[in-house]
Design a protein around this ligand. Structure first.
Ligand SMILES: NC(=O)c1ccc[n+]([C@@H]2O[C@H](COP(=O)([O-])OP(=O)(O)OC[C@H]3O[C@@H](n4cnc5c(N)ncnc54)[C@H](OP(=O)(O)O)[C@@H]3O)[C@@H](O)[C@H]2O)c1
Length: 339
């Protein structure tokens, strides 16, 4: 019995390539006292991984060259040396790493009940991205009925939830996305009121202004870069800017230089606040208690984009970083139990 894993082979200078990772085989790991051995079923690939493989300091410890690539997953317990877990349990953790079998400790490992819906939802709408949308929108965005809310990467794992929650809060929602198909889905399935294609708009500030005739009350920033520049020029008095992600600039080789908005901050007294989901770990149950019923009742829809096969995991991450994914990007590593 061998384990396959991807290790980081080199650091990308710009957009990652598959050659930045190397597939290696190791002996099957055994769980130590208090640990469990888990068979990976689903892996999540997420934009934050770009920061973990970059040179230099980020908000979390980076991945060393030669080390297994980090990442979250959902899998089945195959051996347990911890009293709270037994073989057959389904668990989710951010500590799976890109490997077919992982040894996990109890910290940050939560059981997933298959009776509550697809177990892969624990990596999306009922996991880190869904909770990010929920806490960041309500804590920082503070939506009010009638607010205009602009969401970048609007069809993505986080953005699709933000748009629907803002709509539930009585807001007018404007999607910014990178294809007509994504925008049509945002409008028809998620109820976004307007949309802008940031890849074809040409004059992006003018296109966004046309979609937001009353200005912007909340800008939920998943991208930074040119979309954020366009949004900042339109913010209203007392606007809230949720700084959630910077995928548009995370693979850029040099520093990002753009317009300066100090005057805009003074004129509108808007507030911009950075968000990091891990600060809210102690509130996950609260968030899941709200999101869970909405998902089960069909009030919240969720689109996933599934790549099949463990060996395609680097390709799946590159899809996300280049905008090819349409919905929450997952990798199906193995069949679920009973299939
Ligand atoms: N702060 C936190 O705690 C936290 C937690 C989760 C996620 N995030 C951040 O939230 C953002 C969205 O994450 P996600 O998991 O939901 O990913 P996602 O939206 O499912 O996928 C990424 C999307 O980003 C867009 N994109 C890629 N390159 C771009 C570019 N150069 N310019 C503009 N858009 C680009 C693409 O959509 P289009 O085709 O529509 O452009 C792509 O589909 C990321 O920045 C991520 O880092 C932050």
């Amino acid at each position: 019995m061998r384990n396959r894993r991807f290790v980081l082979a080199s650091r990308p200078a710009a957009m990652p390539e598959e050659g930045n990772w190397k597939l290696v085989e190791t002996a099957m790991p055994g769980p130590g006292e208090g640990e469990i051995l888990v068979r990976t079923i689903w892996l999540s690939v997420d934009p934050y991984m770009r920061g973990r493989i970059a040179a230099g300091k980020g908000y979390a410890k980076g991945i060393e060259i030669g080390a297994v690539m980090g990442g979250g997953g959902v899998g089945e317990v195959v051996r347990s040396r911890h009293p709270a877990f037994k073989p057959g349990d389904i668990v989710e953790s951010m500590a799976f790493g890109w490997q077919e079998y992982a040894v996990l400790g109890p910290a940050g490992t939560r059981k997933v009940d298959p009776a509550h819906g697809p177990i892969r939802h624990a990596l999306g709408i009922l996991g880190m991205p869904g909770l990010t949308a929920y806490f960041a929108l309500f804590d920082i965005g503070r939506p009010k009925p009638g607010d205009t809310v602009v969401v970048s990467a609007a069809s993505g794992a986080v953005g699709q939830v933000v748009g629907q929650l803002a709509k539930m809060a009585g807001c007018r929602t404007v999607a910014v996305a990178g294809s007509e198909a994504k925008l049509a889905w945002c409008r028809d399935e998620l109820g976004y009121d307007a949309g802008v294609n940031h890849r074809t708009a040409g004059d992006l500030p003018a296109a966004l202004a046309a979609a937001c005739p009353g200005g912007i009350d909340i800008y939920f920033d998943n991208t930074a870069g040119l979309i954020a520049d366009a949004a900042m020029g339109l913010v209203n008095l007392g606007a809230r800017i949720v700084q959630c992600g910077r995928i548009a600039i995370s693979s850029q080789p040099g520093p990002d230089i753009g317009p300066r908005f100090h005057g805009q901050f003074i004129a509108t007294r808007c507030r911009m606040e950075g968000f990091l989901i891990f600060d809210h770990a102690h509130r996950y149950d609260e968030g899941l208690r709200r999101l869970g019923p909405w998902v089960r009742e069909g009030k919240l829809r969720y689109r996933e984009d599934i790549v099949e096969g463990f060996e395609n995991t680097p390709r799946a991450l590159i899809r996300v970083l280049s905008g090819t994914n349409f919905g929450k990007q997952l990798v199906k590593v193995a069949d679920e139990p009973g299939r």
